[in-house]
Design a protein around this ligand. Sequence first.
Ligand SMILES: Cc1cc2nc3c(=O)[nH]c(=O)nc-3n(C[C@H](O)[C@H](O)[C@H](O)COP(=O)(O)O)c2cc1C
Length: 313
Amino acid sequence: MTPLCTQLNLTTPIIQAGMVWVSGGKLAAAAANAGALGTIGAGSMKPDLLSQHIQKAQALTKKSLAVNVPLLYDKAEEQIDTALRLGIRIFITSAGSPKIFTKKLKDAGAFVIHVVATPELAKKCEAAGVDAVVAEGFEAGGHNGRDELTTLTLVPQVVDAVKIPVIAAGGIADGRGIAAVLALGAQAVQMGTRFVATQESSAHDNFKQAILHAQATDTMLMMKRSVPVRLLKNSFYEEIKAAEETCADKDQLLSILGHGRAKAGMLDGDLIKGELEIGQIAGLVHDIPTTEALITRLMSEYRAVSRAFPMFP
Ligand SMILES: Cc1cc2nc3c(=O)[nH]c(=O)nc-3n(C[C@H](O)[C@H](O)[C@H](O)COP(=O)(O)O)c2cc1C
């Protein structure tokens, strides 16, 4: 186990990512019960709904849970207050400055993890008092950095740039991936795409099936001038692509996004008009296991690699 696992009381170096429309209380509790860090994705939840998901997860597990708060939404502070009130003390903040809420969270006794896509932002996180960073490469599903740094290049540069623990994300879906990023100096992994296709994820079954059929080249990073996001190619993606090719401005792009497309795609299963956020590693996802079976398999794959390369923890 890495020092970060000990700090967070985990028995595996795996963080189940917070994901809009996908990671509710059921998935987070299942991940926590299997020894990973289970994370509720607050981004798609109003504070009342977040409160319900936290309480649901707490009823299903005694292990500690995390809440992911993307800072680009206007309800971020209410989400933080709701989670603090319900006893959450691990936060993964993303898509905003680490300066905004880190002090407030630290004053409340929380462990703060912030998502970064460059070594420079990792240094700013450390200066702001963040406890650990997620270094997320451009392979990742969901919102993403503009600079196209891949996980293989980003993780070691972040490890060298800061003293706080680094968690690797982007393109990891099996034990080989976990071993690879631990070899780069990461102390844990955060996995999103792989957990979308689990029994407990709240993604619509159509979305899960689309992931099983995805090839390595079926995703693309879009909206780089406004809110970069990696999407599975479908009609919605074509709509965004056409708008970008005709030089639509930020407001026009946001108005396409603004029609509830993410919910339509990921939660309601509209594979045509819906927005489907997923990572490049979708091509490696071939089944929809329970979260417990997945985590057990990931760890046994990881152990097989570490037996071949005994320098791993
Ligand atoms: C469907 C989906 C939704 C996501 N939503 C969020 C989110 O709300 N907040 C966030 O910080 N990251 C979000 N992400 C990114 C994940 O937290 C994670 O860092 C990323 O999925 C890791 O890369 P991978 O997809 O290659 O495993 C999302 C990813 C996916 C696939």
